[in-house]
Write a protein that binds this ligand. Structure first.
Ligand SMILES: [Zn+2]
Length: 306
């Protein structure tokens, strides 16, 4: 049972919007691509977990703080009757190797050791849960989810699950879940609730690339590719690059949400949104979308929506 679904982080939302409307600096492009890739891997793992029995309590993407300012993020936490599983998901692709406890890509670039990362998290999680006095052991694993990973020189004792082991591992989890009936007691619920209430939506020091309204490209982004949509006819928007089509209203609404997210302090007026949408749809359509989805604050000529 999924108690907390996975969500797109605020940082990634910023990067998604800004990457199509501006030229990101190289380090931001890299960060953006890593974040998308990480999320893709986590979602692939989530899909695998869907096959598990309902006798599991699953929480995705927990951001917690132990003591003061010791933040740690858990990709997936799974509570069973007698054990808590903690998973760190890695979407590494291609050849990797380990040498003297250090991890490298094929080209020799060193990576942050995922086992150290996972252990740090496990230690903090242990401390974090201590006040609850719940006597459940925590088992931590790094899950390598990409089918095209090759990992040379990995010692056999490492707490990792490679793609070729995943099926058997899930089967083992399932049998553990089934053999543990009767299922959850108040102690499990207390644990899950504690985690849910302590979870923080956003890392307090999230760094977002600087941006400026005038420098962002205006228009309605396509959902199928990285291009912008143009107005076709009969209320339709079309992408000249990939052929995607969409009702003008829904495209406008998406762009309005984006505007609100990027510029929470700017007023939403028909004119400002007309410009933001690249003037591809008429002010009448913009007005209709605003009227249907937002509240009009009427101040004569300077009316706006909230
Ligand atoms: Zn497109």
């Amino acid at each position: 049972m999924i108690l907390k679904p996975r969500t797109v982080s605020t940082e990634l939302r910023f990067l998604r919007h800004l990457s199509r409307r501006s030229m990101l600096a190289e380090k931001d492009v890299l960060n953006y691509s890593n974040k998308e890739k990480g999320l893709e891997g986590e979602r692939r793992f989530d899909k695998c977990l869907e096959s598990l029995s309902n006798e599991t309590l699953i929480l995705h993407d927990l951001l917690l703080e132990h003591g003061s300012h010791q933040f740690f993020q858990i990709d997936t936490l799974m509570i069973l009757q007698r054990v808590i599983y903690h998973f760190e998901v890695k979407n590494y692709q291609g050849v990797h190797y380990i040498e003297k406890d250090k991890w490298y890509r094929e080209n020799g670039v060193e990576l942050t050791n995922p086992i150290h990362q996972m252990k740090r998290c496990a230690t903090l999680l242990n401390k974090f849960l201590q006040p609850l006095h719940i006597p459940l052991p925590i088992k931590s694993y790094v899950i390598f989810i990409h089918p095209e990973i090759t990992l040379f020189q990995a010692p056999r004792h490492l707490p990792i699950i490679l793609p070729t082991q995943l099926k058997a591992f899930l089967k083992k989890l399932n049998s553990e879940a089934f053999s543990s009936k009767p299922i959850f007691t108040s102690k499990h619920e207390k644990l899950a609730n504690y985690l849910l209430t302590k979870h923080m939506e956003d890392f307090p020091y999230t760094r977002v690339p600087e941006y400026d309204y005038d420098q962002l490209q205006k228009g309605i982004p396509c959902c199928g590719c990285s291009a912008f949509l143009s107005f076709f006819n009969k209320g339709k928007l079309v992408c000249r690059s990939c052929g995607y089509t969409e009702a003008a209203e829904s495209g406008v609404l998406r762009s309005v949400e984006e505007y609100k997210f990027l510029f929470p302090d700017r007023k939403m007026t028909v004119n400002s949104l007309f410009e933001w949408c690249g003037k591809v749809v008429s002010p009448n359509i913009i007005r209709r979308v605003l009227q249907q989805n937002f509240k009009l604050i009427s101040k004569g000529r300077s009316s706006y929506y909230v």
